[in-house]
Design a protein around this ligand. Sequence first.
Ligand code: ATP
Ligand code: MG
Length: 447
Amino acid sequence: MDRATLDALGHAFRASPDNAALLGVLLQGCLDAGVPEQGLTLLSAFEGELATDAEQALAARVATLAGAPSRALELLRVTSPLTLVERARAAHALGETAAARDDYRRAVAENATVEDADLAALLAPAPEPSDPPAEVRRLRVVSNDDVGDLALDRLLEPDLTPVTFQDVAGLDDIKTQIERRIVLPFLKPGLFTRFKRRAGGGILMYGPPGCGKTLLARATAGQCKARFFNVAISDVLDMYIGESEQKLHALFEKARASAPAVLFFDELEALGGKRQYTREAASSKLVSQFLSELDGFGQANQGVLVLAATNVPWAIDSAFRRPGRFDRVLFVPPPDRAARKAILQLHLEGRPVAEALPLDDLAGRTSGFSGADLAHVVESAADEAIQDSLTHDAERPISRQHLEAALREVRSTTGEWLTTARNYARYANEGGQYDEVLAFLAKHGKA
Ligand SMILES: Nc1ncnc2c1ncn2[C@@H]1O[C@H](COP(=O)(O)OP(=O)(O)OP(=O)(O)O)[C@@H](O)[C@H]1O
Ligand SMILES: [Mg+2]
């Protein structure tokens, strides 16, 4: 609304000063034009009644922004999420921040569509001054040629939010294996010593992308009492000859020093590719280094377990599979029907959902979807629900329609991987290494 229209409507309003609908249009116009003071003047001339919470909220907002928060508080007589937000805004303007925060929190808890980013920013507690004053700051000298603590600590990514086995749906076989091989030996070392079974060794997980390998490893970290080192391989690889090997060695040394420990190498193929495929002598040397570090455990080191994951197992040097190295190779399959339902449930948890979602039915129709695909379905459904809530100005929980719409958008992504894997399993199944894949394909009639 431009200024001329605003003025013209203002004249009309003065002729009938009890017209609440007209006042509403004018107040919104004043807010949009950034002249709340003009709105406040109109408000003083108003002789009618502001009946609904929306009308009261709008008027109060104009009053607060025009610098009259006490007037705003008088205007707010109905209590609803809309008016609570305005009460918070007025309280903040009056310097009563605690009360304002309370009101705002209550409003958003009741109806999330009333969120107001500007007000929320005003109400957020002021950040603590974090930078030390200038004179305390010290220069730190980082020399280029040390693989000391600093570089090493950078390799060991800080852990994200802790995850446990409860956050991983399905995959019960693999969980049992990990429990038996990682968690138990560290909890009952005496028993294992009696049977001369050493804790440690290696487990390699492989399977189609997005089916929970990385998630499982993170859950293992949360589950076991051992120290968990998450190695970012991109950080190990170094362009200078010999540097990568040194870093790798330093990593293993650190793990040995802090046993019981689990070292996790994600995307192992980046580090342990087949030696005959890598023409560069340097990277094949890295594989050799890795192998000798793995062997190092067998001789001298108790209580260090190496966990690795890849989705291209056929690109991994077969020397890795020798007993004592990665002697357990586990297939992480796409989730079955029950697991798919559980994954959907897990990802819907804590979000507003309509009652009685047909999750059984959805799980039945998402054969071949990976965990990541299902997570994506839920995210898209949440997007739909947000859009819906904004259109209706009221919170709409995630419903069957939202999930159906999301399902039309998301495609399953494991098919391509399974086709490739089938070829390796049929024609290059040395030592029965892909038997689990064959069994999976046979069970689903695709072998
Ligand atoms: N079994 C599961 N339970 C719950 N969520 C799962 C499960 N599997 C996958 N997801 C979801 O999919 C996301 C991706 O899984 P993850 O990163 O573990 O896949 P990945 O097997 O490591 O894939 P890639 O081979 O591409 O690295 C997870 O963050 C999680 O949200
Ligand atoms: Mg991964």
